[in-house]
Design a protein around this ligand. Structure first.
Ligand code: PMP
Length: 314
């Protein structure tokens, strides 16, 4: 579907993307004072169902982000879930989708601040396009850009303005021939990728930077930790040094858009045996199956879009 013809939720109603305009002087655009989520829907063709993954968790994280920015989501989580389902159904998606709720400071006056500026909320949904077109492991580098610290712009909140940090790192990496950037925190410890969290595998144990390393507390990160533990792997959240990346058996990143992506090399050094390692591959496969509703014990993570709308449904 063409973006401008799609249906969005904006300014308290469903309307076409083309009719949902944002003024040039809007604070969210001028000052980066907004926050957002990235949610995915997985189209299961056999069941003709669009499964929305971890909807509630995304809106709960958005509540944290809005609170940091002195904004209020205009609906409770139940209502946000209902609106998202309705939005997907109205667009009639029969393919994988990417859903972008956004809350932003909507004032159009001059003067950077948070308090007392009105906010606005919207949800847009678009067909999902693969984030990395690479199946045999990506090439990563450690960025010269450091992750923003909690004392400047909290990475824990998914703040639009903070994506300048990610954009600087990602473009530097890509222009230097890499696929992704790994950012260090101010004090030089491993933080995260431009739009994903990082795990390393060493001696069949998973290690990931703890929540105080200026990371977004990723929902996929939690999901992978849950799957890994269920598979009998120990998962440790701790401070990780840069040089540990070079000695790991496997390194992978996780994110809603990216999924589970193996890293084949970091800073021109082969990671483990190169390519995508067995632990990464296994966890990625289970994650993928779960997203499409094919793992009964993980179906609780999914909200069906069409189940209650079919003729004859209760
Ligand atoms: N870190 C950053 C900076 C991100 O933008 C994302 C993507 N939302 C992630 C980590 C991964 O988070 P999640 O698994 O919740 O998508």
């Amino acid at each position: 579907m063409e973006l401008y013809a799609s249906t969005v939720w904006a300014n308290g109603g469903f309307r076409s993307y083309a009719d949902a305009r944002v003024g040039l002087m809007t604070h969210g655009l001028q000052y980066g004072t907004g926050c957002f989520e990235g949610i995915r829907g997985f189209w299961n063709a056999e069941e003709r169902e669009l499964y929305l993954l971890h909807l509630r968790e995304h809106f709960e994280r958005m509540r944290l982000s809005t609170n940091v920015l002195m904004m209020k989501l205009p609906h409770d989580t139940d209502e946000l879930v209902r609106l998202t389902i309705e939005l997907c159904a109205r667009n009639g998606f029969e393919e994988n989708v990417y859903i972008r709720p956004v809350a932003y400071k909507a004032g159009e006056d001059v003067g950077v601040r948070l308090a007392g500026v009105p906010d606005a909320f919207a949800i847009v949904a678009v067909p999902y396009r693969r984030y990395y077109e690479i199946d045999d492991g990506i090439k990563a580098c450690v960025s010269s850009w450091r992750r923003t610290d909690d004392t400047s712009i909290p990475a824990r909140a998914k703040i639009t303005g903070n994506y300048v940090n990610s954009a600087l790192a990602k473009s530097e990496a890509q222009l230097n021939g890499f696929d992704e950037a790994i950012m260090l925190s101010h004090d030089g410890h491993v933080s995260e990728g431009s739009a994903d969290n990082l795990f390393l595998v060493r001696d069949k144990m998973l290690h990931t930077p703890d929540a105080s390393q200026n990371v977004l507390e990723g929902i996929t990160r939690n999901t992978i930790a849950t799957i890994a533990r269920a598979e009998g792997l120990e998962v440790r959240e701790r401070t990780i040094d840069r040089s540990e990346l070079y000695g790991a058996d496997e390194v992978f990143v996780t994110g809603t858009a990216a999924g589970v992506i193996g890293i084949a090399s970091i800073d021109h050094r082969t990671v483990g045996a190169g390519g995508v390692g067995p632990v990464t591959r296994k966890l990625g496969e289970i994650y993928n199956e779960a997203c499409f509703g094919r793992v009964p014990s993980y179906k609780k993570w999914l909200t069906p879009t069409y189940a209650d709308r079919r003729v004859g449904a209760a």
